[in-house]
Design a protein around this ligand. Sequence first.
Ligand SMILES: [Zn+2]
Length: 346
Amino acid sequence: METMKNYWPTRTGIMIMAVICAACATAKGNIYPLAPGYLNEQSLYASMQKLIQAEPDLAALKVIGFSGTENLPIYALEIGSQQAERKILLIGQHHGDEVLGMEIVIAWAEELVYKSKTDKEIKKILDNYRFWIIPTVNPEGWRVFSQGLYQNKRKNNRDTDGNGKLDIRTDGVDLNRNYPVFWDADAVVPPTHQNYKGTAPASEPEIQAVLALAQKHHFELAIFYHSSSSGMISEKIFLPWFDAQNAKQKERFDALLSRARSYAANVRKDYQKEHYEASPLAGSRMGSASNYFFHIRENGAFLIEVGGVNKAGVSVVYPPLPMKDKIVDKHLEALRKLVSNKSLET
Ligand SMILES: [Zn+2]
């Protein structure tokens, strides 16, 4: 036991190590396991409960379905005045390791509820709009990621190799490739692949839950938040695929593009001076949420890739807290402008 003692670092040693680790984390940009202050299973649920208790006439918490393997609830907050007729859907996350969107949509729910009585602009927004806010449609993937079990957890936890146990690195279906639209057009990849689309369109109960909601409501706009871990598509807004020869689709696409552009113009990039960009090109032809809402439900829909590439060339998609808070604030401002009367008149 005496020799073991020698292996324990001194207090100074621990402090030096802590400083080195903090420096590494800053240089690297991403901190994993997540820094305290990010939402976790307990704090997400507590935040949503607090919201509905603060304004029960304005906000309700619903369970729209359950995940396929672990039977975890898929929550949705419904927020808006009784007379509000226009509907907007915000989905914080499809992929377990992409957490900034969840932070944004929950902060937006808090902005709406806690400022509903004191902020005239918010009051007006709530008189016009009813928001459906889903923090995650992938509670299994997010559980694995947020518990610090696997940094690149993207898919749900379906036992896709059928070996009777969860392989957190390889099992699962990419939920944003499982929607029943253009499903056949997407590449066929092995079940272990990060982009595995499942055995059939809408095979996943998580997606069935979203479809049931989409069939009940007409959403003027649906926004899906993602984060690009490769950094290849960071800080961009992507629209659905469309057929340029189809006049009606082109018209709807153009209207959506102008809305996406105004959102993008209101968000400055995290590590550069420019603003986000909205891609004017047709999005990928695959079974994504954007394509489903645009083509099958005929709703407006686009996808926002949150999180920037830092000076060291690293895509930062779960930054230290001060940067996370900055990112959230920028998107709250952009959302506010997107739905305020001011932006609608221009
Ligand atoms: Zn994603």
